[in-house]
Design a protein around this ligand. Structure first.
Ligand SMILES: [Zn+2]
Length: 286
């Protein structure tokens, strides 16, 4: 079932678990996340970044692949197809028009009033079509697909409350110290701030930059109202390491089938995703 994030995140929020957003990169990646979700009876969010939109030939192609893959694999757990870090209302509208069930508008680099106004416009458009919206406040450091921020700026609690009240957004990525990509040293999350914001806004929080946050901190975040955790870098890294090893070990043998190479790298990715689903508490929910 391709569904919005609304019900799956509200369920997770009230039952104190989190749903993983696993970014996709190609057809086989889509199949891996879908099969792993089904095997674990877990909901899942397929994240689509700006780089993937280009790599997978646009919103319509991606939607067609996911929809038909779900039919082919007989997927019977809730799956959301979500635009990750949408950069404009145009790109959010294009994703929605192509059939995406969820979008994120990342207006965190804009002045607050502008972020608020555009988010509201997107929520109005999305909700009429049964599509969920994630907003962002504060700054997540690190780099992901060309989005580079050198410093962490914590989300302002009052702005979070205004954003939720005025836009009716479904979930909020309030930046509180997490980083995209690989961390330099241990991640330090602002749990006091997270608890405070969560108590104010009373809707699911989203944690970006899941790679490198220790299990204990993830569970802590979930206990403070985080109901969506984005994991991307560790899966990409896992694939690259596995495929690199395959070639290193079989220098002069017969690697001649790209399909096998791609899937070889995805086996450990499926294991990683299963570990994450178990940690987040999203298995056997459906
Ligand atoms: Zn992110």
């Amino acid at each position: 079932m391709l569904v919005s994030m609304k019900d799956m995140l509200n369920n997770a929020y009230h039952e104190h678990y989190a749903v993983g957003q696993f970014n996709i990169n190609n057809l086989e990646w889509v199949a891996t996340v879908l099969k792993t979700a089904k095997e674990n009876r877990s909901p899942a969010i397929l994240g689509v970044s700006g780089g993937t939109i280009k790599h997978m030939l646009g919103f319509k192609t991606i939607h067609a692949i996911v929809k038909n893959a779900m039919d082919y694999l007989d997927i019977d757990v809730p799956i959301a197809l979500h635009l990750d870090h949408g950069q404009s209302y145009e790109s959010c509208f294009a994703a929605i028009n192509a059939g995406f069930s969820s979008v994120m508008f990342d207006g965190s680099h804009l002045p607050f009033e502008e972020n608020l106004e555009i988010t509201k416009r997107i929520v109005d458009y999305a909700h009429k079509r049964g599509v969920s919206v994630e907003a962002e406040l504060g700054t997540i450091a690190g780099s992901e697909d060309g989005i580079v921020n050198s410093q962490v700026i914590y989300a302002d609690p009052n702005q979070c409350l205004t954003m939720v009240k005025e836009t009716n957004v479904d979930c909020l990525a309030a930046a509180l110290g997490s980083t995209h990509g690989l961390y330099k040293g241990k991640a330090k999350l602002g749990f006091n701030e997270m608890q405070h914001i969560s108590n104010l806004i009373k809707i699911p929080l989203v944690l970006h930059g899941g790679t490198g946050i220790c299990d204990e901190d993830m569970l802590h975040a979930i206990s403070f109202g985080t109901a969506k955790i984005n994991v991307n870098t560790e899966n990409m890294y896992t694939w690259c390491v596995a495929v690199g090893k395959l070639f290193a070990e079989q220098k002069d043998h017969d690697i001649n089938d790209p399909r096998k190479v791609i899937n070889h790298g995805l086996n450990p990715v499926a294991e990683k995703i299963t570990e994450r689903m178990k940690l987040f508490g999203s298995v056997n929910r459906y």
